[in-house]
Design a protein. Structure first.
Length: 123
Protein backbone atom coordinates (compact mmCIF):
# COMPACT_ATOMS: atom_id res chain seq x y z
CA UNK A 1 0.00 0.00 0.00
CA UNK A 2 2.29 2.66 -1.35
CA UNK A 3 2.02 5.99 0.43
CA UNK A 4 -0.17 4.69 3.27
CA UNK A 5 0.49 6.18 6.70
CA UNK A 6 -0.82 5.67 10.22
CA UNK A 7 -2.10 8.74 12.02
CA UNK A 8 -4.57 9.45 14.81
CA UNK A 9 -8.06 10.85 14.51
CA UNK A 10 -10.49 11.48 17.38
CA UNK A 11 -8.36 9.53 19.88
CA UNK A 12 -7.89 6.41 17.75
CA UNK A 13 -5.51 5.21 15.03
CA UNK A 14 -6.42 5.67 11.38
CA UNK A 15 -4.77 4.72 8.13
CA UNK A 16 -4.59 7.14 5.22
CA UNK A 17 -3.74 6.87 1.56
CA UNK A 18 -1.06 9.15 0.12
CA UNK A 19 -3.78 11.70 -0.72
CA UNK A 20 -4.75 11.98 2.98
CA UNK A 21 -8.06 10.10 2.68
CA UNK A 22 -8.83 7.71 5.54
CA UNK A 23 -9.37 4.16 4.30
CA UNK A 24 -9.30 2.26 7.60
CA UNK A 25 -9.21 2.88 11.34
CA UNK A 26 -9.19 1.12 14.69
CA UNK A 27 -11.40 1.85 17.68
CA UNK A 28 -9.63 3.24 20.71
CA UNK A 29 -9.72 -0.17 22.45
CA UNK A 30 -8.55 -1.83 19.17
CA UNK A 31 -11.31 -4.46 19.36
CA UNK A 32 -12.89 -3.31 16.11
CA UNK A 33 -11.64 -1.80 12.91
CA UNK A 34 -13.32 0.06 10.07
CA UNK A 35 -12.73 -0.16 6.32
CA UNK A 36 -14.17 2.32 3.83
CA UNK A 37 -15.62 0.11 1.11
CA UNK A 38 -18.14 0.74 -1.62
CA UNK A 39 -21.70 -0.33 -0.74
CA UNK A 40 -21.42 -3.29 -3.15
CA UNK A 41 -18.11 -4.42 -1.63
CA UNK A 42 -19.59 -4.03 1.84
CA UNK A 43 -22.57 -6.22 0.93
CA UNK A 44 -20.24 -8.92 -0.40
CA UNK A 45 -18.05 -8.95 2.73
CA UNK A 46 -21.09 -8.97 5.03
CA UNK A 47 -22.48 -11.89 3.03
CA UNK A 48 -19.18 -13.80 3.14
CA UNK A 49 -18.37 -13.22 6.81
CA UNK A 50 -21.35 -11.78 8.76
CA UNK A 51 -19.68 -12.36 12.14
CA UNK A 52 -16.71 -10.24 11.02
CA UNK A 53 -18.14 -7.45 8.85
CA UNK A 54 -21.00 -5.19 9.94
CA UNK A 55 -22.16 -1.96 8.27
CA UNK A 56 -21.38 1.10 10.39
CA UNK A 57 -24.40 2.90 11.83
CA UNK A 58 -26.43 5.42 9.84
CA UNK A 59 -25.35 7.21 6.68
CA UNK A 60 -21.72 6.15 7.12
CA UNK A 61 -22.76 2.50 6.91
CA UNK A 62 -25.08 3.11 3.96
CA UNK A 63 -22.16 4.70 2.09
CA UNK A 64 -19.91 1.66 2.65
CA UNK A 65 -18.12 2.22 5.97
CA UNK A 66 -17.80 -1.27 7.36
CA UNK A 67 -16.96 -2.27 10.92
CA UNK A 68 -14.66 -5.26 11.40
CA UNK A 69 -14.99 -7.38 14.56
CA UNK A 70 -11.32 -8.25 15.02
CA UNK A 71 -11.88 -11.12 17.48
CA UNK A 72 -13.78 -12.97 14.72
CA UNK A 73 -11.52 -11.88 11.88
CA UNK A 74 -9.38 -13.93 9.53
CA UNK A 75 -6.25 -12.03 8.47
CA UNK A 76 -6.67 -12.93 4.79
CA UNK A 77 -10.24 -11.66 4.39
CA UNK A 78 -9.55 -8.52 6.43
CA UNK A 79 -6.44 -7.91 4.34
CA UNK A 80 -8.57 -8.15 1.20
CA UNK A 81 -11.10 -5.64 2.58
CA UNK A 82 -8.41 -3.17 3.68
CA UNK A 83 -6.66 -3.44 0.30
CA UNK A 84 -9.93 -2.63 -1.49
CA UNK A 85 -10.52 0.27 0.90
CA UNK A 86 -7.03 1.62 0.16
CA UNK A 87 -7.60 1.30 -3.61
CA UNK A 88 -10.92 3.13 -3.27
CA UNK A 89 -9.29 5.92 -1.23
CA UNK A 90 -6.54 6.32 -3.84
CA UNK A 91 -8.98 6.56 -6.77
CA UNK A 92 -9.77 9.89 -8.40
CA UNK A 93 -13.22 11.35 -7.86
CA UNK A 94 -15.03 10.09 -11.01
CA UNK A 95 -13.68 6.57 -10.40
CA UNK A 96 -14.70 6.76 -6.74
CA UNK A 97 -18.20 7.80 -7.77
CA UNK A 98 -18.43 5.01 -10.35
CA UNK A 99 -17.15 2.44 -7.82
CA UNK A 100 -19.81 3.61 -5.39
CA UNK A 101 -22.51 3.21 -8.05
CA UNK A 102 -22.95 6.92 -8.68
CA UNK A 103 -21.72 7.65 -12.21
CA UNK A 104 -20.01 10.99 -12.64
CA UNK A 105 -22.15 13.48 -14.52
CA UNK A 106 -20.38 15.74 -16.94
CA UNK A 107 -22.24 18.79 -18.16
CA UNK A 108 -21.25 21.19 -20.84
CA UNK A 109 -21.58 24.73 -19.63
CA UNK A 110 -23.00 27.08 -22.19
CA UNK A 111 -22.62 30.82 -21.98
CA UNK A 112 -26.37 30.96 -21.30
CA UNK A 113 -25.96 28.81 -18.20
CA UNK A 114 -23.08 30.92 -16.98
CA UNK A 115 -24.72 34.30 -17.58
CA UNK A 116 -28.29 33.18 -16.91
CA UNK A 117 -29.45 34.58 -20.28
CA UNK A 118 -30.97 32.72 -23.17
CA UNK A 119 -29.19 32.72 -26.47
CA UNK A 120 -30.94 34.89 -29.06
CA UNK A 121 -31.30 34.07 -32.70
CA UNK A 122 -29.18 36.13 -35.10
CA UNK A 123 -31.83 35.95 -37.90
Amino acid sequence: MAGAVERAHMQHPDFRAGNGKIFASLTEDEKRGMATLTPDQQAEFVRRAPSVFVPAAGAWGRSGCTMVVLANADAEVVGEAVTLAWQFACAKSPARQAAAGRPAVKRRLSSARITGRRATSSR
